[in-house]
Ligand binder design. Structure first.
Ligand SMILES: [Zn+2]
Length: 421
């Protein structure tokens, strides 16, 4: 690459060879407050994405004989740099490339920066090959797994809204594929707000805060229906899948359990504060966490799991106000057994719902939130210049690929990859 760049030197004003690779030129650049990223770091990240299969799939311009094809690889790498620049806008990206020869060189441009229509055309071509972009994401995940074999063992599933760059109140609506969805937001008194746009359903590695699979839909789609497709998209079967109560359904819990995956999904709180199950002439009560309660709604102590049957044994509650009421024997004072398979959603699968382990694993759901907050910091969720499902999907794919590539570069450079808190 360096030799080729030198060969074309006279065509290029401010030739990159004259500028040390690691020079910070952020002071003059139109980028976010964080300034321009470390170019050495950016190079290391871009190196980890194999763009060749996508480059080959792109078709050149319908130009005449002798017309030079536009540089596909550099344009794709420029798009992959968007999160590092915290700009999600093609014009701003081009401006940055033109003002910043070192950045241009990092992307691999050896001639002048292609026109805005060329950039848009490449984006338009890429957004028509979502499967091919997914393969690039998967390839990066595989590469990271070579360094961290436990990547994706514990997976957090969550979603975030991605605003579309279109005013929904203006008629006619310019982005008809977008729709209103709720965005969780602690700053709002009700805890959420409406956002017009798309939803990025995401599976992240709960230990390394890395996006492993992303599905983008219109904003009004329910989270519930995307847990299974996300897990199916993963290349390896995780041991645990963690999700909040927006994903709480018998189907989601049982589907995971049948595949040998422990569901750690928050349960919707029952109206009375406990669950009731009818059986024959009796009825039993369970806490929100699936712990059997005694007749007076005290939690029974967990004694252990029968290794033969898998039944979970809970002990009596002594000193109850109802103790000794029924013919010398209170139902509070008997031992009860729970068959998890009878209600995975209530009792949990391999990880018991009322165990400390469940609570510990459930806390790892913040991993998805941390990935989203990174995307938000990089201006993709709230402000970008794209509209339409395929464009927003490509934008999220680029961000996810860059995220994984950054982790690969980090583990290669430092030999470590911090485990999420
Ligand atoms: Zn009792």
């Amino acid at each position: 690459m360096a030799d080729r760049a030198r060969g074309n030197a006279r065509d290029i004003p401010n030739h990159p060879a004259s500028i040390p690779g690691n020079t910070r030129v952020g002071a003059t650049a139109e980028v976010g407050e964080s300034g321009f990223p470390d170019l050495k770091e950016l190079r290391a990240v871009l190196k980890e994405v194999d763009t060749a299969p996508v480059e080959r799939a792109l078709t050149g311009p319908a130009g005449g004989v002798g017309r030079k094809p536009y540089p596909r690889g550099p344009i794709i790498r420029a798009y992959l740099s968007l999160p590092f620049l915290s700009i999600a806008d093609i014009s701003a990206l081009r401006r940055e490339l033109m003002n910043n020869p070192a950045f241009r060189a990092a992307c691999g441009f050896t001639t002048s920066v292609p026109s805005r229509p060329t950039f848009s055309r490449v984006f338009g071509q890429l957004d028509k090959m979502p499967e091919r972009m997914d393969r690039r994401h998967e390839q990066a995940v595989r590469k990271l797994r070579e360094h961290r074999s436990d990547l994706g063992k514990e997976v957090a599933v969550d979603s975030t809204m991605v605003k579309t760059n279109s005013n929904p109140r203006r008629k006619p609506i310019s982005d008809v594929e977008a729709s209103w969805g709720k965005q969780h937001d602690v700053r709002e008194s009700k805890g959420w707000r409406w956002v017009y746009g798309y939803k990025a359903h995401t599976a992240t590695c709960a230990n390394y805060d890395t996006p492993l699979a992303v599905i983008v839909t219109s904003g009004s789609e329910s989270d519930m229906n995307y847990l299974v497709p996300l897990v199916e998209k993963l290349q390896l079967r995780p041991e645990v899948v963690i999700a909040d109560r927006g994903y709480d359904s018998a189907n989601n819990n049982e589907w995971l359990h049948r595949r040998g995956i422990a569901p750690v999904i928050h349960k919707k709180r029952p109206p009375k504060g406990y669950h009731t199950r009818e059986w024959g002439r009796g009825r039993t009560y369970y806490s929100t966490k699936g712990t059997p309660l005694c007749e007076c709604k005290h939690e029974r102590p967990y004694l252990g799991t029968d290794p033969e049957t898998g039944e979970r044994v809970y002990g009596p509650v002594t000193d109850c106000e109802r103790g000794g009421k029924f013919e010398g024997l209170s139902l509070c004072e008997v031992e009860v057994r729970v068959i998890p398979e009878s209600d995975i959603r209530l009792f949990g699968g391999a990880v018991r719902r009322d165990s400390p382990e469940f609570k510990m694993k459930y806390n790892k759901r913040w991993s998805a939130e941390r990935v989203f907050s990174r995307w938000k910091d990089h201006n993709v969720l709230e402000s970008h210049s794209f509209r339409g499902l395929s464009s927003v999907r490509l934008l999220l794919q680029l961000y996810a690929i860059a995220d994984v590539a950054a982790k690969i570069a980090e583990v290669k450079a430092t030999g470590t990859l911090p485990v999420a808190a």
